[in-house]
Design a protein around this ligand. Structure first.
Ligand code: CP
Ligand code: NVA
Length: 308
């Protein structure tokens, strides 16, 4: 029976905190959890959740994943704990590591997450920051692998904002050698350091392309992916971004340029009829709800490795 391997890194703050082999191991474990081929109970371990931003999928999928592992979760609401009051992270992190076995954090700045990880003696997981959403990317690539059974020759095109979700997709694409194309309006390119790191990892630099033309990016692609144009924390830019992203909606006309069997992904929550139309979200080729389900399976796998 497949067993979770300990990861070389204690934390999962970035997609690059795991190696390609560890990535593939987590996907394999996740498939086994999904098919109920393994049953691991790491003895009543406790996951602490700190969410500075809203969440449905990440919060619930972590809670259910932990309960399936035989553990429990404490959802630490920043407003009703001393976190919102401004207790120093180095104090909160050290105290929480005395109670919890692993901590998942959703916050704004990556440096806040890093500060928690610095002071926590237990593993810290990135449950989304402004920079990355690595747990999401694990689920995305599991969904892609389930569909195509291999990453070889898969072309993944992301249409939209160069945000946290894209940054993690790019880093994972580099780790797995998957061709990633990004189409975004000028000025909304992914993080430049992320691009630099990805180009360093890709053996074939042509496998990562950034363009401002959605049709070119979509041509022949196997996976079309989008996310909201304005992320949490960017509410005041919504009006301006809605204008800047005209022409970047995934609709049937754009989809018709992709491979005929292309699948559609969206991390959710979506603004239907902004970044993606109703028809496309609910189309036969949409795997968006499988993708959401896969959050739970990959996080169960990730937790089992971090707790082993
Ligand atoms: N995709 C995702 O992270 O969703 P939530 O914001 O609902 O957690
Ligand atoms: N880019 C989005 C992802 C939500 C899951 C945000 O950060 O709000």
């Amino acid at each position: 029976m497949l067993k979770p391997n300990k990861l070389a890194n204690n934390n999962f703050l970035s997609s690059l905190d795991i190696s390609t082999d560890e990535f593939l191991h987590i996907l394999e474990l996740a498939k086994n959890f999904k098919n109920k081929k393994i049953d691991i109970c790491p003895n009543n371990k406790v996951l602490g959740l700190i969410f500075d931003k809203s969440s449905t999928r990440t919060r619930v999928s972590f809670q259910v994943a932990m309960s399936r592992l035989g553990g429990t979760t404490i959802d630490l609401n920043p407003s009703t704990s001393q976190i919102r009051r401004g207790e120093p992270i180095k104090d909160t992190a050290r105290v929480l590591s005395r109670y919890c076995d692993v901590i998942a954090i959703r916050t704004f700045d990556q440096s806040v997450l890093q500060e928690y990880a610095k002071w926590s003696t237990k593993p810290v997981i990135n449950a989304l920051t402004d920079l990355e959403h690595p747990c999401q990317a694990l689920a995305d690539f599991l969904t892609i692998h389930e569909e195509f059974l291999d990453f070889k020759d898969v072309v993944l095109t992301f249409i939209g904002d160069g945000n946290n979700v894209v940054n993690s997709l790019i880093l994972c694409g580099a780790l797995l050698g998957v061709e990633v194309r990004i189409a975004c309006p000028k000025g909304y390119e992914p993080n430049s350091l992320v691009l630099k790191k990805a180009y360093e990892i890709y053996k074939n630099k042509n496998l990562l392309k950034i363009t401002n033309d959605p049709i070119t990016a979509v041509r022949g692609a196997n996976v079309l992916y989008t996310d909201v144009w304005s992320s949490m924390g960017e509410e005041n830019q919504k009006e301006e971004k809605d204008k800047d992203f005209i022409g970047f909606t995934i609709d049937n006309s754009l989809v018709s340029n992709a491979d005929k069997d292309a699948i559609i992904l969206h991390c959710l929550p979506a603004y239907r009829d902004k970044e993606i139309t109703d028809e496309v979200i609910d189309s036969r080729n949409s795997r968006i709800f499988d993708q959401a389900e896969n959050r739970m399976h990959v996080q169960q796998a990730l937790l089992s490795c971090l707790l082993s």
